[in-house]
Ligand binder design. Structure first.
Ligand code: ACO
Length: 326
């Protein structure tokens, strides 16, 4: 058994900003409603010619450089995404070629907004068992590509982005270093609370009443989000033997500022230690956590040795958490 430690991080968002003022021109909404109900002021969105792998590539390159490695050092590539460039091949496989990695294994993980946390847990297993020394883990999504910009209840939330970690093996096992505990869960009965009805094998064309893009029951998902993220953090604390007072930072999935605040409240955990980047980036699915993590490391907020809890939920319903010493 070895430790799985984060040796480098990187992130990237597209240049183009979609502000609340822009959305006011597209649907019946206003800046005040969006800010009060979601905490979002703007999001980044890709140009038509940009895709998920373009964002993932830059984030991954930066993470590898940050780790002091080259693409040749990477032993496996795992990408969390629900918006791959193509049905197949995977974004991970495209990264193998674009980054110039050896002929290593690569695959995507679809766990909606828990994509990165899930991909990181897959990588954790490979690294801890000693099978691989450096695993590239990316969370990247372009939700703008599957958002219905005539639906004001969803289009105000979503954006695009990418974040990446290099997860590396230590030479010997040290108690409570790197990833300490992780878990994922699912409950498929909530499918229709948040899903993309068209474009898959059940409805290959845009021929259902729900219309194109993401379909969501916002109020239902809001409650499930608060319950599931709070529950999984409590579970991870209990399983790892840590008290919440020992945790330096919680990074929740960035879906709505009110959800973030409700989770902090439910856990009775200080809001100033809960990282939020939602104001400038909205919800970019698998990218929210690695993006927030990387920005916080680069700004000096998260430091080496800090105990960081990640927690996420997403369509399915799926949810999970991960505690690490950075
Ligand atoms: N602008 C103005 N008014 C709006 C807008 C808008 N953009 N959207 C909805 N409204 C209206 C509604 O029509 C409703 O009007 P009514 O009272 O006349 O019927 C009113 O505002 C209140 O609507 P609610 O849906 O109750 O508003 P709520 O406070 O719940 O906020 C929101 C809606 C922001 C969608 C919230 O429910 C939410 O964030 N839910 C969770 C979303 C989420 O986390 N999604 C997960 C994504 S994770 C993944 O896997 C992609």
């Amino acid at each position: 058994m070895y430790n799985a430690i984060v040796s480098g991080t990187g992130s990237y968002v597209p240049e183009k900003r979609l502000t609340n003022a822009d959305l006011e021109k597209m649907v019946e909404t206003n800046d005040e409603w969006i800010v009060t109900r979601t905490g979002i002021s703007e999001r980044r969105v890709t140009e038509e010619s940009e895709s998920t792998s373009d964002l993932a590539y830059v984030a991954a390159k930066l993470a590898i450089e940050d780790a002091g490695l080259t693409a040749e050092d990477i032993d496996l590539i795992v990408v969390g995404t629900v918006t791959p460039d193509y049905q197949f091949p995977s974004v991970a496989c495209q990264l193998q070629e674009r980054l110039g990695c050896r002929e290593v294994g690569s695959f995507d993980v679809n766990a909606t907004c828990v994509g990165f946390v899930t991909a990181l847990q897959v990588a954790e297993m490979y690294v801890k068992l000693g099978k691989h020394k450096h695993v590239l883990v990316v969370g990247a999504d372009t939700l703008s590509k599957i958002t219905d910009y005539t639906d004001r209840s969803t289009c105000i939330l979503f954006g695009d982005g990418a974040g990446a970690f290099v997860l590396s093996r230590t030479d010997q096992f040290i108690e409570n270093e790197g990833i300490i505990y992780s878990s994922i869960h699912s409950k498929g009965e909530h499918l229709e609370g948040l899903y993309v009805p068209n474009g898959g094998s059940r409805n290959p064309k845009n021929n259902t009443a729900e219309g194109p893009g993401i379909v969501m029951d916002g109020r239902k998902i809001f409650k499930l989000a608060v319950q599931s993220m709070s529950k999984t953090v409590t579970e991870t604390l209990e399983a790892s033997g840590y008290q919440k007072e020992q945790i330096d930072w919680i990074i929740p999935h960035q879906a709505n500022q009110r959800i973030i605040e409700a989770v902090a409240n439910q856990l009775n955990y200080p809001l100033e230690k809960v990282i939020s980047t939602i104001k400038y980036y909205g919800n970019n699915s698998s990218a929210t956590i690695p993006l927030a993590f990387d920005l916080s490391v680069k700004s000096g907020k998260i430091k080496r040795g800090d105990l960081v809890m990640q927690t996420a939920f997403g369509g399915g319903l799926v949810w999970g958490s991960l505690l690490m010493k950075y």
